[in-house]
Every structure is written in structure tokens, then in C-alpha cells.
Design a protein around this ligand. Structure first.
Ligand SMILES: [Zn+2]
Length: 67
């Protein structure tokens, strides 16, 4: 099952939840304030490698480089 990210509109808490695709659009309960209206966000996989164009241009491990 895929991993989804949810955000609570009350306390702005973000959390992840593994659930089936058919359940993904249903709101989740915020683990911090128990608000049952945490909404799914779509930033799960874009938040990982979005440091900037300068640091993500490599085509190999960070130990390499031209000399
Ligand atoms: Zn909350």
C-alpha cells in the first residue's frame, strides 16, 4: 500500500499514513490534536529532493567529482 502524507488544518501538523488507494481521499485523525479532518497532501515525494538545482545536478555518489 502506498504512503500518504496528511496535514492537520488546526495545528498544521504533518504526518504520514500507509493506507490503500481507495481510502486515500478520506480524512485522517491528527495524532497531535485529534482533529479528524486532516487532509491529504501531495508533497510526499517532492519534498525529498527539492534542495535546489545546484545540489541535485550530480549523476553519481557525492564522493565523485571532476578534478
Ligand atoms: Zn492537529
Amino acid at each position: 500500500m502506498p504512503l500518504y502524507e496528511y496535514r492537520c488544518p488546526d495545528c498544521d501538523h504533518r504526518f504520514e499514513k500507509i493506507k490503500s488507494v481507495s481510502q486515500a481521499d478520506f480524512p485522517e485523525v491528527c495524532p497531535r490534536c485529534q482533529n479528524a479532518k486532516a487532509e491529504r497532501t501531495l508533497s510526499t515525494f517532492s519534498a525529498r529532493g527539492s534542495a535546489g538545482p545546484s545540489s541535485s545536478s550530480g549523476c553519481g555518489p557525492s564522493s565523485g567529482g571532476f578534478s
